[in-house]
Design a protein around this ligand. Structure first.
Ligand code: FES
Length: 135
């Protein structure tokens, strides 16, 4: 899917910037300066306005991340269930990029993590290492 296809899909939609950025990030793995320029032009916004949104949300990347990204929940419930031991076990790990998030909505089955749109629950060190190997 091209950027033009993504822009066309959201044509006429109210508040299209975030859905467009979400689709661009999902399709290309990042939101490039060229994409920011084209999105701004299409939505009649300034490049600074679009860039401001891209830089505000850390899920939007300006360059592609070559490694798989594991988002580990470090909110209270997952902390209580031992996520800090997983964080310690994961860092440093050159095979993956570990990011912290705060609650994936899986509090009762934590520690929880997310890779792409897939979520993983009841993680322990062995399960997390198996997940990393599978990526
Ligand atoms: S606190 Fe970790 S999923 Fe809610």
């Amino acid at each position: 899917m091209s950027l033009a296809d993504i822009l066309a899909r959201h044509k006429g939609r109210e508040g299209p910037l975030l859905p467009i950025l979400h689709d661009v990030q999902a399709e290309f793995g990042h939101v490039s300066e060229d994409a920011i320029r084209d999105i701004a032009h299409d939505l009649n916004l300034t490049r600074a306005e679009v860039h401001g949104v891209v830089s505000f949300y850390h899920d939007y990347r300006s360059t592609p991340e070559p490694r798989p990204v594991i988002k580990l929940c470090r909110a209270e419930a997952c902390q209580a269930r031992g996520v800090e031991a997983l964080v310690t076990a994961m860092t440093p790990n050159p095979a993956v990029k570990v990011e912290t998030v705060y609650c994936l909505g899986l509090c009762s089955v934590g520690p929880a993590a997310m890779v792409g749109t897939d979520v993983y629950a009841r993680l322990d060190t062995a399960k997390l290492e198996a997940l990393v190997k599978s990526l």
